[in-house]
Design a binder for this molecule. Structure first.
Ligand SMILES: *Cc1c(COP(=O)(O)O)cnc(C)c1O
Length: 401
């Protein structure tokens, strides 16, 4: 039988979209890593200094985490074989959640398959169609999707602006309202590395009796005492209702969690759809995450090393004449402005043996293209010197410094 001729047109929209992405320089090219994560990795056949992974503490290839994963495979196998609420809830999951709650200094925690899923679980469980979510305009895509799924009215407030939040609350959540309101912000913003003004946002939310939630994906293992996150950093324990975390960045594995009051976490065990309808974290992942928490409970050495590397790198690139924007964390944007320059910069860095991604529109505003450098505790000062040296070399060749 021959294909009906109209079958070609059915997919024309994909070709059109692809053409547009190519023309606008937005087509994503995925590189392939051929080695474990670390300061130096093998990418598309080339050994390069890794300045773009979220492996803040080096846990992605940590001997203790690997050992825990192996042991879990021996004892529990590789898969959970079910969702948590049917037959997938293993002792490993309970242990991880207890450890996370203790580490975060909260009443309870619940683990998910990813940080993305944690946001999809928690937001629709807290607000619904009659309610309002107040969301920082630069919040992560998974927060935006969680808000959409909830059916609540979404109101964006200006980036890191408590006064904008207050205005929006006055307008959309008047006193005496029977609706619920949820304020949500990233703890650390992933493209600029700036930190949300959480004490001020919390104070505003409290005044309006709104729930407040922080997604601390880039603050977990980075900010606060021993990496306990942004709530600990600002001493806001007990005042922020929900902390979302990821196990896929500093924790080095994969997964996500929600930490906070027991009443909320228990509610999520009843209502969070990724918990109810998607299989549990695997035994090796879960055990490796537990090992990550154990390491952080014992020592803040990895976190200290991350921060001393961060200070070292930032001082050196700034001294070389680069602008690192609003960053207050190991996420270090090297601002270049023009997207084409940033692309070319990244390409030349790679040729020189440095792997650092260019980020342009629409991920960041037009004219705010940059190379986003991710510092890790795995880097040595020699590695960072090498990196800065290459930045200077390429920066001079492209006349940006
Ligand atoms: C990375 C990230 C997520 C997603 O976490 P995964 O565990 O990778 O799914 C969610 N929120 C923010 C703010 C992030 O940076």
């Amino acid at each position: 039988m021959s294909q009906p001729t109209s079958s070609i047109n059915k997919l024309q929209f994909i070709l059109d979209e692809r053409g547009r992405l190519e023309r606008e320089g937005l087509l994503i090219r995925v590189r392939t890593i051929e080695s474990p994560q670390g300061a130096w990795i093998s990418v598309d056949g080339k050994r390069v200094l890794n300045l773009c992974s979220n492996n803040y503490l080096g846990f992605a290839n940590h001997v203790q985490l690997k050992e825990a994963a192996r042991k879990a495979i021996d004892e529990f196998g590789v898969g959970p074989a079910a969702v948590r609420t049917i037959a997938g809830n293993m002792v490993l999951h309970n242990q991880l959640e207890e450890k996370l709650a203790r580490f975060k200094r909260v009443e309870a925690a619940i683990a998910y398959q990813s940080g993305f899923n944690a946001n999809l679980a928690v937001i629709p469980a807290l607000v619904g169609r009659d309610d309002v979510v107040f969301s920082d305009e630069l919040n992560h895509a998974s927060i935006i999707d969680g808000c959409r799924l909830s059916g609540a009215t979404s109101v964006r407030f200006q980036h890191c602006s408590p006064s904008s939040l207050e205005e929006k609350l006055k307008e959309h959540f008047p006193a005496g309202s029977t609706r619920r309101a949820l304020v949500v912000t990233d703890g650390v913003f992933s493209m600029d590395g700036d930190i949300a003004p959480l004490p001020e946002l919390t104070e505003v939310a409290e005044r309006f009796n709104a729930l407040i939630m922080v997604d601390d994906a880039h603050g977990e293992g980075v900010l606060g005492d021993g990496g306990r996150g942004v709530v600990d950093h600002f001493h806001l324990h007990g005042r922020v209702d929900v902390e979302v975390g990821t196990l896929s960045k500093a924790f080095g594995v994969v997964g996500g969690f929600v930490a906070g009051r027991r009443i909320i976490v228990d509610h999520l065990r009843q209502k969070g759809r990724p918990f109810l309808f998607s299989s549990a974290l695997t035994p090796p992942d879960t055990a490796a995450c537990s090992a990550a928490v154990d390491i952080l409970e014992l020592s803040d050495d990895p976190v200290r090393k991350l921060w001393s590397n961060t200070r070292y790198f930032k001082e050196k690139v700034a001294a070389a004449g680069f602008n690192t924007g609003a960053s207050e964390t190991p996420i270090t944007p090297v601002m270049l402005g023009d997207a084409k320059v940033a692309q070319e910069f990244s390409r030349r860095l790679f040729e020189e043996g440095v792997f650092a991604m260019a980020i342009g529109y629409p991920t960041v505003p037009l004219e705010k293209a940059r190379i986003r450098v991710m510092i890790s505790a795995t880097h040595s000062e020699t590695d960072l010197d090498f990196g800065v040296d290459k930045f200077v070399r390429v920066g001079k060749a492209l006349r940006v410094i």
